[in-house]
Ligand binder design. Sequence first.
Ligand SMILES: *Cc1c(COP(=O)(O)O)cnc(C)c1O
Length: 374
Amino acid sequence: MNNIPFFDYPALYKRFKSEFDKIFEDVCSRGAFILQKDLEEFEFDLADYLGVKYVYGVNDGTNAMVLGLLAHNIEPNDEIIISSHTYIATAAAIRTVGAIPVFADIGSDYLFCAKSAEKKINNKTKALMPTQLNGRCTNMDKIIELANKYNLNIFEDSAQGLGAKFKNKFAGTFGGFGTYSFYPAKVLGCFGDGGAVVTNDKKIAEKIYQMRDHGRNQDGVVVSWGTNARLDNLQAAFLKLKLKNYQEDVTRRREIATIYNNNLKGNKNLYLPQPPSSSSLHFDVYQNYELAAENRDELRSYLFAKGIKTLVQWGGTPVHWLNKLGYDKNKFNDLNHTNWFFDKCLMLPLNMTLTNKEAKIVSDTILEFYEKNK
Ligand SMILES: *Cc1c(COP(=O)(O)O)cnc(C)c1O
């Protein structure tokens, strides 16, 4: 019997255990818990990696978005266009500052569709905010063109997009701000909650710097209203080590995606994500391997019975299906592609502990299911 988990959380620690233990001892012995040099060094390294001017470590990817929105003076009743195929966090961050999330459909790569977004623009619209989902940066040419046409900001929820590129430019670095999450299961995961917000705009950067720590400026003097949204120094120290190995992780993820693609392509029951080598415009890091599959629920049960764990993103619910939040999915018949996708979408295991053999077993078991259910 197989035992292929969707994600192995204890393995995060096991992988570099002795280095992590050393870091823990070092940071704790120094008593360096809040806003210390390890955080500054991690921010410096991440800025260097991304080629961006300002990086601030914050407590999680959701608050990263809240700070970015506040720094841009997004106000009650402003409208921000997002994809409904996103984590509730994107919409929640917009609601937290009083603004209104407006949903665009997904395009052929299952990401924010600029064409659909254009139909939602009105005089309250302030920004386009694509989610750089599953480790892929959407086609930013289309988004920049649309933003320029209507004089809108671009913000990026790049929680799943660290390392992904479009035309050699990193996801999260295109607009007024971009955000990342270091939730443990993210490609760059820490041992708890963590996030970062990045920008190239000095004024925005200064506001975020202050808001993250109770409105204090570089001299520690309170000069504006803020909150506590700091990234723990200890988490930053762990992340600094992990960032050094990041390229290796990305390479491995692309290998696994290639195995899935090679084994599964051509099956008419499956709609696969773009393989790593498919385009010179995109560089994908495969935070997730998300596909659409006919008879998704039966397939999932079949895999489960064979010891293979899969996941349906967001518990199977795009934001506009959340009726407890006041949305009625029947009123969104312009989100056809998203509605279609959520009857079929499925994520296969893709992580640093998955072996090539296991990726082959997962693929073979999927093909076996469709062979049996012809
Ligand atoms: C993980 C995630 C977030 C939020 O990150 P947290 O660090 O958990 O707050 C936001 N958006 C997307 C698309 C995510 O996947």
